[in-house]
Write a protein that binds this ligand. Structure first.
Ligand SMILES: Nc1ncnc2c1ncn2[C@@H]1O[C@H](COP(=O)(O)OP(=O)(O)OP(=O)(O)O)[C@@H](O)[C@H]1O
Ligand SMILES: [Mg+2]
Length: 320
């Protein structure tokens, strides 16, 4: 079995709003990622995907729980060498290539920022050489180095964002909806680029997305989040073939099928009700208010994530 590069145990990230209001953006989430693997993370807007990603990478301190990256406690006390190591080895690619690049900086300097911060180039010539190599590795040219972000298309800007993340030679990348802001025709190109870079550089990805079909294409395993909780986790093929949580079933039933006859013949699960407010949540199954199989037992507390088939975890009292 491949070695785990990231381990997240019972992670919580709450935001305090005013005196008595607590927003539990991430609440008791556990999973691990193996080196070289892609874990996809899906769930509707506001369920806590970005907060989870930001907490894992150390942008937010965890409210509770533990994150271990290659033996280092991300949220704990670290030596300055460990802090440096984490900030180099864990990188993030953001959703919006329009706002995540500084408009006043040339692409050369945007990409070289990490190289400078981590003193990875011996001199200016080497710095430029490294940037040119990075540009080529993401499908851009040497001449792009002296341009500004506004001179690029959305897909090209996201390539610059990817080159920036790669500049410090990381081994773990959190891609937070890296293709959502792009034209559909460009999305597959960027995903294919991420896939080929992963192979070449043995990268590990946490890939956050809305689009389940694209997530299936890139991910080895998929985690499904609902209101701060991880409700299902399985190999991609297994999740699509045997979704067990009622929420996952509803999400999958909304994906159109390519075969029109199969598409006509199948039924959609339409979720009734609306997502509960993430503020001052009761301690019961978060999906309760919208679940068709809801019963008294669902109010007894948040169901734990349990392995019901090999490698297939689900948090639902009707399945376990
Ligand atoms: N800094 C913050 N302060 C207070 N609340 C926050 C903060 N960041 C996020 N939240 C809240 O936490 C919840 C989870 O937000 P988050 O951005 O993690 O969701 P998401 O799954 O990434 O959604 P989307 O798909 O829209 O990007 C939301 O209710 C959001 O309003
Ligand atoms: Mg988000």
């Amino acid at each position: 079995m491949a070695e785990e590069i990231l381990k997240v145990e019972n992670l919580a990230r709450h935001f305090t709003l005013g005196k008595k209001q607590v927003l539990k953006a991430v609440d008791g989430v556990s999973f691990s990622i193996k080196r070289g693997e892609t874990l996809g993370l899906v769930g509707e807007s506001g369920c806590g995907k970005s907060t989870l990603g930001r907490t894992v990478i150390g942008l937010y301190p965890p409210t509770a729980g533990k994150i271990t990256f290659d033996g280092i406690d991300v949220g704990g006390k670290k030596t300055s060498a460990q802090r440096d190591e984490l900030s180099r080895r864990m990188q993030m690619i953001f959703q919006d290539p329009y706002t995540s690049l500084n408009p006043r900086m040339k692409v050369l300097d945007i990409i070289a920022e990490g190289i400078d911060n981590h003193h990875l180039a011996a001199n200016r010539a080497e710095r430029t050489r490294m940037v040119v190599e990075l540009l080529r590795s993401v499908g851009l040219d040497e001449e792009h180095a002296n341009r500004y972000p506004h001179e690029f298309s959305g897909g090209q800007r996201q390539r610059v964002g990817i080159a920036r993340a790669l500049s410090v030679n990381p081994d773990f990348i959190i891609a937070d909806e890296p293709i959502s802001a792009l034209d559909v025709s460009i999305q597959a190109q960027v995903v294919n680029l991420l896939k080929s870079l992963q192979k070449k550089r043995n990268l590990t990805y946490l890939f956050i997305a809305h689009d389940l079909s694209m997530v299936k294409y890139i991910s080895d395993r998929i985690g499904v989040m609902y209101l701060g909780n991880l409700v299902e986790l399985a190999d991609s093929d297994e999740l699509f073939a045997h979704p067990l949580h009622p929420y996952t079933q509803a999400l999958l039933s909304a994906i159109p099928l390519p075969d029109p006859r199969a598409e006509r013949g199948r039924s959609r699960i339409v979720l009734e009700g609306s997502v509960s407010s993430p503020i001052n949540l009761p301690d019961c199954c978060r999906f309760c208010s919208r679940c068709q199989s809801k019963g008294k037992e669902c109010e007894k507390g948040i169901p734990p994530l349990v392995e019901v088939r090999p490698g297939h975890f689900v948090a639902c009292c009707h399945v376990v």
